[in-house]
Ligand binder design. Sequence first.
Ligand SMILES: Nc1ncnc2c1ncn2[C@@H]1O[C@H](COP(=O)(O)OP(=O)(O)OP(=O)(O)O)[C@@H](O)[C@H]1O
Ligand SMILES: [Mg+2]
Length: 287
Amino acid sequence: MAQTKLQAIGLRHEYYQPRTGGRLLALDNINLQVDEGEFVSIVGPSGCGKTTFINLCDGLLKPTAGRIMIDDKPVTGPGTDRGMVFQDSCLMPWRTVFKNVMFGLECQGLDNGEGQERATTFIKLVGLQGFEDHFPHELSGGMQQRCNLARALTVDPKILIMDEPFAALDAQTREIMQSELLRIWRESGKTVLFITHQINEAIYLADRVIIFGARPGKVKETIKIDIPRPRDLSVKRDPAFLKYEDRVWNLKRDPAFLKYEDRVWNLIEEEVKKTMIQDQVVQNINR
Ligand SMILES: Nc1ncnc2c1ncn2[C@@H]1O[C@H](COP(=O)(O)OP(=O)(O)OP(=O)(O)O)[C@@H](O)[C@H]1O
Ligand SMILES: [Mg+2]
């Protein structure tokens, strides 16, 4: 049986709001687990607490109640057992690709031959060989995210946690990065927790997709993705894939948004009717 790598138990998070003196409940009673070597995606409406969840996993926030366990030990603060990748690549502009990738290793006191060898290995793994001496502004958005990924991987984290890492990329680069990420995941054997807004990205990458409901965030449903690997990008057009997409899409839809959508369509219908009546009046006058 697969070993549990990360577990959220009864997780709740409230933010204190200094302006009002009130508290905002961002996450409520989150229970989930990610197994060793598993790729899990999380999707959910904007503001449902996905980033809050990631920050709790990283130990940047302390839960109001409940806990996050990694390898059966509670998370009490940031650590090198977790590699974080955010939407913004956060590279240091004054450092080259090589020096950016070396940064985490330097923090661990590995600014030596062993560290340099590790950095070289991961630069190659993400396909940036030949660009070691380039500065971030000399790289494309996709290359910057590759560099970011290499930096997160070099410290050999047990789990890679990614918060919308490809959101800023154009559609084509995004697809290339998705298949690259799957290749890196396969070769490195890491456990991955991946947040995205794009449903087909979540399905294409993951073994399981967890759907969060609207704020306060809760686990609404978990869907196992039974699509054989390795997955070619063309799998996104398969009927089985499209069925998963429909299912996640229906679960992700927020009832409040559906009401809003209905209201908008009703208003549009009213406006169209009004113009049709006006047209008829004008036609009658012109007759
Ligand atoms: N530092 C903060 N202080 C107060 N409230 C916060 C803070 N950060 C987030 N929130 C609130 O917590 C809720 C969840 O925010 P969070 O950023 O986790 O959502 P999200 O699911 O990542 O959204 P998105 O998909 O738009 O990135 C939101 O209502 C947000 O306003
Ligand atoms: Mg977010």
